[in-house]
Design a protein around this ligand. Structure first.
Ligand code: SF4
Length: 104
């Protein structure tokens, strides 16, 4: 797999964010679930919409992704503030976190 094939996970923006994660996997710099991402090779810009209303294209791709639950959990664990991950926008992820805190 080339870096270009990896799409958003290796965009200029996300490489820095994922740097620590990648460094922890010396022999396999891309965690397995990311290799199965439906967004591989897709323009990363789609996943960083200007508003939630513009997130539909990204969400349609996420809806067909086999690893969307893992992706969402990763975004929640890493407090990913920007973009669509696991079919959710930043606002939706904040809601999920609040809901989980209330029920804990
Ligand atoms: S859920 Fe969406 S952002 Fe996450 S890996 Fe799948 S397609 Fe990419």
């Amino acid at each position: 797999m080339s870096y270009l094939d990896a799409g958003r996970f290796f965009s200029e923006n996300s490489t820095q964010k994922l740097g620590q994660d990648m460094n922890n996997s010396k022999n396999n710099p891309i965690p397995v679930w990311r290799q199965k991402a439906a967004c591989r090779g897709v323009d990363p810009g789609i996943f960083y919409p200007v508003s939630d209303e513009d997130a539909e294209d990204a969400k349609l791709i996420c809806a067909q992704c086999d690893v969307s639950e893992l992706c969402l959990q990763w975004a929640l664990d890493h407090r990913e503030h920007e973009g669509v991950w696991g079919g959710t926008t930043e606002r939706e992820r904040r809601r999920i976190i609040r809901r989980r805190r209330r029920s804990a």
